[in-house]
Design a protein around this ligand. Structure first.
Ligand code: GTP
Ligand code: MG
Length: 148
């Protein structure tokens, strides 16, 4: 089944919103496959956000994402990459719909609470970058047949 990489950013961890984020994806019906609290190295941050290396906010982005613990996760489910992006809301919290994570909890584009892979290819790359090979657990839940 499809998997994606999600991460509660340092602002979400400091504000005590890890549980809130996990709860939203659990209640939706997605399955948690891997999770860890970690501090991102400068090197990992630059690889992860490599596509933004030329942007004026790149330095600020790397400084912020390495500024404290993040909560990295792999989630599994049908169309999880696209659906998780909807659940996160638009990048700028001022443009994110209420009911989304950024719409409900974010105020600035820098401290926007959560990262989520934007495509299947990014998901593969990011899961590998943060968790390495074979870190995602495959397991059955009795509720699966009521979700699918
Ligand atoms: P991620 O899931 O974190 O990758 O966000 P995204 O895919 O919604 O947005 P994008 O990949 O375009 O940008 C990555 C991150 O850079 C965003 O989540 C923001 O935190 C930050 N960012 C994007 N645009 C700006 C900007 O104009 N100024 C600042 N300070 N940060 C920005
Ligand atoms: Mg992005």
């Amino acid at each position: 089944m499809e998997k994606t990489f999600l991460m509660v950013k340092p602002d979400g961890v400091q504000r005590g919103l890890i549980g809130e984020v996990i709860s939203r994806f659990e209640r939706k019906g997605f399955k948690l496959s891997a999770a860890k609290l970690m501090v991102i190295s400068d090197d990992l941050a630059k690889k992860h956000y490599g596509e933004h290396a030329d942007k004026p906010f790149f330095g600020e982005l790397v400084d912020f994402i390495t500024s404290g613990p993040v909560f990295a996760m792999i989630w599994e489910g049908e169309d999880v990459v696209k659906t998780a992006r909807h659940m996160m809301g638009a990048t700028k919290p001022s443009e994110a719909d209420l009911g989304t994570i950024r719409g409900d909890y974010g105020l600035t584009v820098g401290k926007n609470m959560i990262h989520g892979s934007d495509s299947l290819e990014s998901a593969e790359r990011e899961m590998n970058l943060f968790f390495g090979d074979n870190a995602a657990l495959e397991y059955k839940k009795s509720v699966d047949e009521w979700v699918y």
